[in-house]
Design a binder for this molecule. Structure first.
Ligand code: XMP
Length: 325
């Protein structure tokens, strides 16, 4: 149990001592950990920090602009945004296997990041938002003998960059990272966001990833999240975004028949997934109120042309996973 202003002061001193007058690069993903690391390091060394934000075209609606506004405009952090959607889509064309998709996204991410990092001449350090549970998890790797899914996060960037590692969150648990983020001035909503996988919508569009599918999914997902945030449960007085651990829409490349006005439609399906869990190793499907589900379904079908059917996933983990791929 530590006092936040003291903790920040200590961390700032430690970072300054560690890096001296060197420059630091950080891969910003828009997630909580890399965002808090960026805010903390920026507090310590200001313009010696450059963030690289790779937009792989598989982010949520408005996410790229949100990240740029928050860090660039509000916090005055140097951020280079790389719009690499075209490159990612190109390499993903024709690929349907989930693990193959993850590998491509991970590989392209490293390539794009390395290219940008190489342009920052005085950089000696690579900062990462590694937190304590990540340290434990990688220490335990190999003991389990296998990984069920390969997790390509922004972490694990290659040694070939020849940079020293700066990991100021290594000793913190997730809730401490969140508190730190708020104390550093990051918006509450961003710091308390649900986790989002590194490969992004790439694993929420089943089978081949296409830009058209990503655009439909982004809009459906944004409606779902908006309604979860706007619907308060009277018993707990929390909204359903807070009451769930992770919630999102999944794009199914399957067409089904519908009616619209006096016409027949033949469009795609979206599945909604919302789970409650402590550790993400096991999870229950969330018992969302039927009125909420009904409203989300109506809005998606009315507002997202190209989707004419919405289903709700009522599978627990195990046997289902949280993501569909
Ligand atoms: P599953 O689907 O395995 O997900 O039940 C458990 C948690 O892990 C996240 N997840 C990923 N995160 N890269 C990531 O960074 C990935 O490839 C990946 N796959 C799953 C998932 O969102 C959930 O929080």
């Amino acid at each position: 149990d530590w006092n936040m202003p003291d903790y920040i002061a200590e961390a700032v001193t430690a970072i300054r001592e560690q890096v001296g007058s060197d420059d630091v690069i950080l891969g910003l993903s828009g997630g909580v950990d890399s965002s808090v690391a960026a805010a903390l390091i920026h507090r310590a060394i200001g313009d010696q920090l450059t963030c690289v934000f790779v937009d792989h075209g598989l982010l949520r609606l408005g996410e790229g602009d949100m990240v740029m506004d928050m860090f660039g405009k509000n916090l005055g952090v140097k951020v280079i945004r790389v719009d690499a959607g075209g490159q990612f889509m190109g390499h993903l064309a024709g690929v349907t296997d989930p693990e193959a998709k993850r590998k491509i996204i991970g590989r392209e991410f490293v390539e794009v990041f390395q290219l940008e990092a190489g342009k920052i001449e005085n950089a000696k350090w690579l900062a990462q938002g590694t937190i304590y549970p990540d340290v434990i998890e990688s220490a335990g790797k190999g003991k389990k003998g296998h990984t069920i899914k390969s997790h390509h996060n922004v972490g694990g960037l290659p040694e070939t960059l020849n940079l020293k590692l700066l990991e100021p969150l290594r000793e913190l648990f997730k809730d401490e990272v969140r508190e730190l983020g708020v104390a550093l001035g990051l918006p509450h909503d961003m710091v308390y966001r649900h986790p989002f996988p590194g490969p992004g919508l790439g694993v929420r569009i089943l089978g081949e990833v296409k830009r058209e599918f990503a655009d439909l999914l982004r809009r459906a997902d944004a409606i779902f999240i908006e309604e979860l945030r706007n619907t308060v449960d009277i018993n707990s007085s929390k909204n359903w975004y807070e009451l769930t651990s992770q919630a999102f829409a999944v794009f199914l490349p399957v067409k089904s028949v519908g009616v619209m006005g006096d016409g027949r439609t033949y469009e795609y399906v979206v599945a909604l997934r919302a789970v409650q869990t402590q550790d993400f190793m096991t999870a229950h499907w969330a018992h969302l109120p039927h009125e909420l589900l009904g409203k989300v379904s109506n809005r998606i079908i009315n507002e997202v042309r190209g989707i004419n059917r919405v289903v709700y996933d009522i599978s627990g983990k195990p046997p289902a996973t949280i993501e569909w791929e």
